[in-house]
Design a protein around this ligand. Sequence first.
Ligand code: UD1
Length: 390
Amino acid sequence: MRILSVVGARPNFMKIAPVVSELRQVSGVSHRLVHTGQHYDDKLSGTFFEELGLPEPDINLQVGSGSHTWQTAEVMKRLEPVLEEFRPDLVFVVGDVNSTLAATLTAVKLGIPVAHIEAGLRSFDLTMPEEINRKVTDTISELLFVTEQSGVDNLKAEGVSEDRIFLVGNVMIDTLLRHRAIAAKSRMLEKLGVKNGEHILPYGVLTLHRPSNVDQPETLEPLLQAIGELAQEIPVFFPIHPRTMARVRDLNLDHYFGGSNDGSPTGLRALDPLGYLDFLCLMDHSRLVLTDSGGIQEETTALGVPCLTLRNNTERPATVEHGSNQIIGVNPIRIVSAGRHILRNWSRSSRRPPLWDGHAARRILEVVLQQRSCVSANRFQEQRGSEQLV
Ligand code: UD1
């Protein structure tokens, strides 16, 4: 059996890592890993491959940055010959980035079945590029691997037949559980001046990169102001995505960043993007995480760390129902008040959504191998056969 997996951007790497690791243990599978090059900076890409023990990609399409249309089209153009040459029986795609959509379209147009890992999530907000990517990817993928019950419900409501839907748990949490103990050895907290011996000072973490939050000064500036207010009580560390950094510079908002290393660091403190292990360590010991990322809502839930999501919706409602997440929006008064409430009544949550137990990748491989050997052997071949007839 030939399987090809496609990754492109930072959050894809931790999702594919446990799948690659499971694939290595299965005999009779020839696997290729393709990196589209959507993310190319070492801090957003190379570091993650090293830390997660991912093999060097077999092929890097070196697509780089551009408009959504350009990026999607460029991945399609460059991936097509790779698929034609390798002729995989199945393509794995993960998450909801432009590379996910582009790889799915390319494979399906060649008659190659796609398995989408992290299917079914919906924010019901088509202004998010990821929502478009998720919906199209799910519509045309053959196997839909879902992280939480809402994903199953959404797919069924869209008329997807049940034999394509598999609730398997969360591969991102597989990676987190596998690396948590290693991350605990990171020296990040000492470097930031919040750990002395065994004593850790309270601090918060902020991440922001969604276009809806960072592209407009009317949204970005009040957000930084509100978090700056919280940061008068505890330091808030802000590893900044390049897209956000560019906006901060364009809009001259650097003055919101302060803080010192004098032993009592407070203020909003800007950092370069962090590697996986340093960031995991930072989240795991923080009092509060403020974010607009999808993955971080899930990771804080798995860690039991309170999370305030700076958006008006989430495609991951299990993090609210079964986890430590609150959807707080972007109103500065609400953010400050919710943040203060968490700091005054702090506790770690021990709730976690069903099947977020570290074994999602194993379940995915079980389904793929079972489908291959019984039901879908015919389905895969039918699809390939009909394409050859055309
Ligand atoms: C992408 C994903 C988003 C995901 C995020 C994680 C889409 C539509 N968005 O957003 O879902 O949460 O990755 O980071 O796929 N840039 C660099 N270095 C890089 C890559 C990008 O500096 O290695 C800069 C470029 O200026 C680029 C901008 O970041 O134009 C945006 O990059 P892009 O990959 O288009 O989207 P992200 O905002 O990273």
